[in-house]
Design a protein around this ligand. Sequence first.
Ligand SMILES: N[C@@H](CCC(=O)N[C@@H](CS)C(=O)NCC(=O)O)C(=O)O
Length: 259
Amino acid sequence: MNHSTVANAEVVRLITIPISHYCEKVRWGLDLLKIPYIEERHVPAFHSFATRKYGGSSVPVLVTKSGNFTDSTDILHYLDTLSRESHGLYPKEPELRREVEELEELFDARLGADTRTWAYFYRSGDRKTMRTAWCNGTPLFERLGFEIAFPLISSKVRQVYSITADSAASSLQGIKEVFEIVDRRLAGGKTYLAGDTISAADIIFAALAAPVLLPPEHPVSVAKIEELPIEMAAVIKELQSTAAGVYALRLYREQRHVS
Ligand SMILES: N[C@@H](CCC(=O)N[C@@H](CS)C(=O)NCC(=O)O)C(=O)O
């Protein structure tokens, strides 16, 4: 890991739930900017003991000497100020920066919620899948808690995110709409969503779309497409073959260097 690219070489702490795509968005930002960090993973429900200390309820939470950040977008903006890379996550040029921030807002508010709803509809009741998704790299005590409390955690998650057949169907509609917006932005062979280099817009799209694209390079890989329910696998294959899907999978393949 190259500490010289970081303003003060502080090792920050990132509190996560392993499969959370909002956490993956921040992990990717840290890896891209080569900022040294320690990830502290928790099983859902147990995560709140860790986040509460820092004033957060959800993950990710970033703990730094300069303060604690409890929202993934605030975290990316903060990380950008630490970076000494030639380009950060947000372009300096005001018009381009505005474009990145508009896309960020769209992906955070719509895509992230929709991909989570749709994927949880199919998978949140499956103990084996959720064992990897929620327990990978977490403390032993929490993994034991998962084995005992899985039905409760799973049903709480479905309740909190209102996971039903109807919400999954309307989320899929929402996902397709955002993919079409991205398809249009990439028209003409553009490599990135805004400007000539990778920006926050690109990593946010790819990270928040990961639950419906299953990139093999994802640090928490939960399932192979052959293992999924047929209906779910068919939708994933369809989304993988769109211009937006091909682009996000390429970003994972070429730009997701896990530290
Ligand atoms: N706006 C927040 C949303 C993060 C979020 O929804 N995190 C979910 C996991 S994907 C979470 O922590 N859920 C558990 C909870 O809210 O208690 C952000 O971008 O950081």
